[in-house]
Design a protein around this ligand. Sequence first.
Ligand code: GDP
Ligand code: MG
Ligand code: K
Length: 302
Amino acid sequence: MHKFGMVALIGPPNAGKSTLMNQYLGQKVAIVSPKPQTTRNRISGILTTDEAQVVFLDTPGIHRLRGKMNRFLLESAWNALASADGVVVLLDAALYCAKPQLLEKEITPLVKPVSEAGRPVLVAVNKIDRIKEKDQLLPFMARLAELWPEAEFVPVSALRGKGTDELMERILSFLPEGPAMFPEDQISTVPLRFMASEIIREKLFYSLRQELPYSTAVEIEQWDEDSRPDMIIINAVIYTSRKSHKGMIIGKQGANLKKIGTLARQDIGELTGTKVHLELWVKVREGWTEDPGFLRAMGLGE
Ligand code: GDP
Ligand code: MG
Ligand code: K
């Protein structure tokens, strides 16, 4: 019996949603970063096995946010929930073991809307590799079961791939029967050029400090696969909302931008399986995070 279905990955920022999806797909489809809010758009990943095709909907973290862009992020997470056959809620177990008082605060806003969506719910208790004393987990799990009685719990390490087979078994148990909808070599429903812009954004995140990356957006201006048979030529613009940020992104004698470009080029090359020529530009666009037209153009608005 072949199965097909969609699984929404939701949870607080940094719980490991993107890491879990990438772990299943065996490659980087979604941005992973130690800073919250890295995943802005809804990214899908397609896992094809002999017995099933699973479409993962990676979502931005669910938390209280202000501003137009942030409202869109939240909405995109709830939309994913509505279109999915089941939900996997990721939680950072290491965080809640260290700070038990955070658990209730972060779980409570999830329980009601997720339960009301009427989908099967699995809670992946993630980052167990970071918990040295395993009996620390017990009070946490007990409290979790109280807060979310309908959920099923699976301890995992998304990063190390521990418990992820068990989680997949549980996921498959609630997916409906159906044929594959995508070719077996397709890894995402989003276009490659969009994934490329996300990779560039990821490199920005790693190279910049503090809140700076949140005021940046990346647009692919040119994506040329035809001029050179062995190469994709990409021109991308990094938009930033402040003049003062432009210099920081570029760095001394262009060093930072060069580093971003080199790292992004490697990853995009791996993703596309070809050589990549990447040119990056930095432009200032003040107030873009509140500009509906621009947000829409960047795929960040309704
Ligand atoms: P998201 O915001 O929920 O998508 O979280 P990410 O997937 O971007 O992960 C946030 C951070 O947690 C990254 O630094 C990951 O490497 C790290 N992380 C994710 N899963 C695990 C895990 O199982 N173990 C450990 N130790 N770190 C993890
Ligand atoms: Mg993410
Ligand atoms: K993140």
